[in-house]
Design a protein around this ligand. Sequence first.
Ligand SMILES: [Fe+2]
Length: 247
Amino acid sequence: MFSIFSKKHDESLDLSFLQADMHSHLLPQIDDGSESMDQTIHFIKEMKVLGYKKLICTPHILPDVHDNNPTIILAKLKEVQEVISNQKIDITIEAAAEYMVGPEFQQTINNNEEILCFGKEKFVLIEMSYAYPSQNIEQVIFDLMIKGYQPILAHPERYNYLLGQKNVFESFVQKGCLLQMNLLSLTGIYGKPVMMAAEYLMKKKLISFIGTDMHHQGHLNIIKKFATNKKFHQKVQELNLLNQNLI
Ligand SMILES: [Fe+2]
């Protein structure tokens, strides 16, 4: 698959320039990510080898599919932190969530219920369905900002129904919503239209965060290979990423 990214690799390169990952599904057995504590610890060790100093895990909160809440997520985080500490793995693990924008999340905001966020800016990671846009996305962005949160839309390049719309990404940024691109999108694993949209987001410097959105070993293998891509390292320097500020 043709990509602006060359096949040239430099094995000495890693992802340490990012410092922090703010989108992953590494907490065990609470969504479609890691299937066990052993797997979680393996993924965390591998992310450390890639150069990350902090991992902010973001389990799905998706009613009737992944019925998570702050209590469940923070309890699971504590379990992982204990194992990390016992095994003396030198990395910081935190947690927030990836909130599906829908009526339930609107209610959470309206009722002033606890919302898991990260960073001093109170970043909140939100997503839409891959099949259709969330009707209340603009309202949710507005309401989060009014309540002092900074919304980040996860992987805008993956919403196929947006890809034909002119200036759709720019309009999210103009509304005050930051954008997070998946590193995996650049590799072509989600298909060519997604890869091209990711390249467009980079070219237009619309991205504030790069996340792994790692769910499983297959993702990790691809990320490890792409981490040494020379062209990616050149291009990414042109962005004003905020990942490093999360340390
Ligand atoms: Fe995700």
